[in-house]
Write a protein that binds this ligand. Sequence first.
Ligand code: TNX
Length: 537
Amino acid sequence: MGERPALLPQPWRVRFADGTGAELADGLSIACDDAPGFLATAHWFRRTIEAATGWRVEVGGATTCATIELRAGRVDVPAPGPEGERYHLRVADGRIVVTAPAASGAFYGLQTVRQLLDADWYRHAPPGGRARPALAVGGVEVEDGPRFSWRGVHLDVSRHFMPMPFLLRLVDLAALHKLNMLHLHLTDDQGWRVPIPKHPRLTEVGAWRRESPLGHGRDRVGDGVPHGGFYTHADLAELVGYAAERHVTVVPEVDMPGHMVAAIAAYPELGNTGEEREVLAHWGISRHVLNLEEPTLQFCWDVIDEVADIFPGGGWFHIGGDECPTVEWEESTTARTLMAAEGMTDPRQLQGWFNARIAEHLGGIGRTVIGWDEILEGGAPEGSVVMSWRDEAGGVAAAEAGHDVVMTPQQWLYLDWAYADDPAEPLAICPAISVERVYGYDPVGSVPPEKRHHVLGAQANLWTEYVPTPEHAEYLYFPRLCALSEVVWSDPDAEGRSFGEFEARLGRHLERLAALGVNYRPLSGPTPGQSRVWRPA
Ligand code: TNX
């Protein structure tokens, strides 16, 4: 018997048995209960295994002679997250049986089965194209389920456009860590990435910028290289479908009323001055924001309708709301008139007014508003979900006020920060968040016990000002995302839980990421190629 498989995220209950539990071989069959989504999940697994082994795998209805069985059924485990995502897995007596109340649980059970196999089974073809030999799988029993319902990863595709294959790969990588939310930041000052047929200049003009900062943004040196891109509706529909097959919900964000310079560049009438502007070619917070006139609200509603159509998004719609300076409003007659008419005393209240109008529209199309914690300042719309990014205080205040909360505090979960305050790390927005720091984060730690039910979960965010390529995004995500998966999935009070124990498992889990060709940061630090600093061995 070799080493026990390193399961990650750590399941709530695991009992390894001695000896072989089952053997997988060519002609493997998967029997599947007739419950919603189970068959699709079985076929996802079949495709993965066929690609890695060169075997023929059959999927059929319930039978007694299949090696793998997917059964619909109740699972008892004290994990507080959604029951449907739980699973029970038993490898014994020549069979692998996954029982789950819903297809998402069956999917997670099968992700755990993959972790019982060799790391090489994460590859896309068997060695040399010859079918793999049979594989003995050790006996094991797992009872598992999530700690939180929101287990998120975020990607900013505005600051740097990320090609479709990377988005699909990110879904796969998230799902293998049992993460279930992909938050896409689709618009910002530096680029608009989703076509809106009623307003074609958003992508014709807004998707492209003249250049990007070279080196750190504060140095104000441009690289002279045009950058941009956008997804088509067919691309985004593919992403949504691909994600759904892997039980990942894609939540779209259209950031408003600040972070809108790309839209204002396309349509200057959306701004407060009517001046022509270019899509921003530097980073930071722009003072140029949307005006508060009715046609501009109508524009936002058009965008929301179109984006909501593409992304069912589990019913959520992220309206951004962060970093919106009020200087232009203070100088605008329309905004000042509005303040007077509404009896407002502070220009911050204008953003609350704007949010309320937007939330009313989203409510009308059956969507729940999510916003960054700044939306609390003008009075967050009732029923909105708050993403607490500046620190945890916004999340605590939101929970106190009865809002649901997703914790994404930058001091723990901003993966655009460097791993270490070390010149060998590649250029990053700032230092430093280690794998250990992410692992040590507790999403409810700062929330009073009687308000903790408002915490839906946590999410790691990747802003891409300093992330020009998918390879670099992978470097920043992994292995910190592995640590996040354990924060949002596993039992925080498990016996023997420690960073040392996690790190040992992580070391072996990285073999899986290596088989997938992920450009992760080794635990010992960046390779010379990753750090872009020559350090002779
Ligand atoms: C703040 S987090 C922002 C982003 C930047 C990020 C850089 C948030 C809601 N707004 O626009 O990209 O800092 O870390």
